[in-house]
Design a protein around this ligand. Structure first.
Ligand code: MFK
Ligand code: FAD
Length: 496
């Protein structure tokens, strides 16, 4: 046999991650820093084992069996091994529970765990994000009955007691524009609400609960008339017959994640709050899942880059290693710089989220969080695709070959920009945040950054963006359309 190329080796995802370790050393008080070390170490170990599994086994997709041998409807979903291990890993290492502890660093501690666990989890983090979002939205609703009922499960440290929650928003008629929702909520004579309709994407279909948007019967049209409902999907370990799984979707990536089309045929439901303004009520969930999305996008970039850097030291071309080739080294350095910026922005969101939730944030920080959440989600979503694509190229032809485990990084990265609000929808959301309730506080905050910056070009670009957002607030007709058409450019400029 002739020359054999060494495969890239994964460094320890926690112990060898300079960025993460430095961040935690800087942000956390010494006692807290020491307390989370064992969980992070264990999640890093698990991530390494999972990478070995990716490289040595044929990947599997979940399988839906709708009928049993005797003709009974069962809608049973067989999950991949990582998904079966999900509840144990999540609860043992307090992935969700950590984020809801009562101290301002709680979200940083949670998202450090998410960052380490995400790729190993095979997108089990998707329903985890939604469960975290549901816990946050229920807390914000102040609905004591539902909080008491669901949160002990969502935030449990015991796998036997742990529940996942879905987020049932998207329908055929509208994923971005949920005002087109067709699902109807009807009230029985005994006062029980029930949901009737079809949800077109449901990624936590194996979960035990969900928050769902629906239109109470007789309510008006449009988004303002939607209500937010809490549902449970299981009865005595069996899926409720009023929840029918039509099929699992065949997707470009996130293959291990069972994303289903479902029908609701009178599924019992409980209003989370008032019977209108459901979008307003679900917004805390959206902001949490968007923060998860940013952290998970950064985790994908980190993995792709770490492997590409390692490979550059193992692969020779034209008489020296790729790492010694100036142009290849420059390519990697450029990618690393973009990744580090995305990492900093995403963890800044985590930091601000924790401070805001624990009432430790200034009004400026709270306003900044509202803006940075869509910016971090949209920018990291796009950057993950770009960096994963570039990283695959760093392996040459090997980057295109399935059993290296590499192509999956690119396939999976494409989803970050689509779900939880597309790039355009979030660019408009960023405009809304800039023009929203606290533009003064935001401008003041951004003004402080600009005062510290010696980059004249960036300063004038940001000023231009802020001015455009303010004009958008007051604009009408064609002028408003023109400003909206530029929203993506404004958002990316601000994020950078
Ligand atoms: C592994 C990685 C982890 C990620 C897991 C992801 C799993 C994937 C699951 C999904 O994809 S779930 C589906 C996600 N769907 C979306 O994200 C919907 C995208 N569309 C939007 O975000 C639209 O902009 C929106 C639905 C919000 C538009 O609805 P409306 O009702 O036409 O908008 P409007 O009038 O702007 O907002 C209604 C209220 O909500 C307003 O408050 P008020 O009623 O008090 O005026 C808004 O200010 C408020 N609001 C909207 N977005 C908000 C918000 N408040 C705070 N934060 C936000 N982001
Ligand atoms: P559309 O809303 O039709 O958007 C099409 C295009 O139009 C996009 O490019 C968008 O940016 C653009 N666009 C729309 N409005 C505007 C505007 N005003 N200005 C400029 N451009 C605009 N949803 C759930 O509710 N629960 C889930 O569990 C879930 N899981 C998912 C899992 C996967 C793998 C995927 C891919 C999606 C999932 N979704 C889920 C759905 C996802 O949230 C939606 O697909 C997404 O919000 C976009 O909605 P849409 O598909 O209807 O696209």
């Amino acid at each position: 046999m002739g020359f054999l190329q060494e495969a890239p080796q994964l460094a320890h995802p926690y112990r060898d991650d300079r960025l993460l370790v430095d961040l935690l050393d800087r942000v956390l008080p010494a006692g807290r820093r020491a307390a989370i070390d064992a969980d992070l170490d264990a999640l890093g170990d698990y991530a390494r084992l999972a990478w070995r599994r990716v490289c040595t086994t044929t990947r599997r997709k979940p399988v839906l069996t709708q009928w049993d041998a005797w003709g009974r409807r069962v809608d049973r979903i067989e999950l991949t091994p990582a998904w079966q291990e999900g509840p144990l890993l999540t609860t043992r290492h307090a992935v969700l529970a950590a984020g809801h502890e009562a101290h301002p660093e709680a979200r940083v501690e949670e998202f450090a765990r998410v960052y380490l666990y995400h790729l190993a989890s095979e997108f089990y983090t998707c329903p985890l994000a939604m469960t975290d979002g549901a816990a946050t939205a229920l807390k914000a609703s102040g609905n004591a009955t539902l909080i008491e009922r669901a949160l002990p499960h969502f935030l449990s440290r015991d796998p036997a007691n742990f529940w996942l929650s879905g987020q049932w928003m998207t329908e055929n008629a509208g994923g971005s524009d949920v005002g087109n929702t067709e699902t109807v909520a009807r009230r029985d004579v005994d006062g029980q609400w029930r949901l009737y309709g079809r949800k077109w994407f449901s990624s936590a279909v194996v979960g035990e609960a969900a928050l769902a948007l629906a239109r109470p019967e007789g309510a008006g049209v449009g988004p303002g008339a939607l209500a937010l409902f809490y549902v449970e999907t299981m009865d005595d370990g069996q899926r409720k017959p009023e929840l029918v799984i039509d099929r699992l979707k065949d997707k470009l990536g996130t293959h291990e994640l069972p994303t289903a089309e479902i029908h609701l045929e009178g599924l019992p439901a409980w209003p989370v709050g008032e019977l209108e303004h459901g979008v307003r009520q679900v917004a805390p969930m959206l902001n949490v899942t968007r923060s998860w999305n940013a952290i998970c996008a950064v985790a994908s970039m980190s993995r792709a880059l770490q492997l590409a850097r390692d490979y550059a030291r193992r692969r020779q071309a034209f008489g020296r290693t790729l790492a010694e080739q100036p142009l290849h080294a420059q390519t990697l350095a450029g990618m690393q710089a973009e990744f580090e910026a995305a990492f900093a922005l995403s963890f800044e969101v985590a930091h601000l989220l924790g401070r805001t939730e624990q009432h430790a944030a200034t009004p400026q920080e709270a306003a900044l969080l509202r803006l940075l959440t869509p910016l971090a989600k949209l920018w990291t979503g796009k950057l993950a695709i770009k960096l994963c694509s570039e990283a695959l190229e760093c392996f040459g032809g090997a980057g295109y070959i399935e059993d290296t485990g590499l192509p999956q990084l690119l396939r999976d990265a494409q989803v970050y920009a689509i779900w939880e609000g597309t790039t355009n929808v979030l660019s408009l959301d960023a405009l809304r945040a800039l023009a929203g309730k606290a533009p003064g506080a935001l401008r003041e905050c951004i003004g402080h950054w600009l005062a510290d910056s010696d980059d004249m070009h960036a300063t004038s670009a940001v000023q231009h963006t802020l001015d455009a957002a303010m004009r958008w607030l007051d604009a009408r007709g064609g002028q408003r359309d023109e400003l909206e058409a530029g929203a993506r450019g404004l958002a990316i400029t601000l994020a950078r």
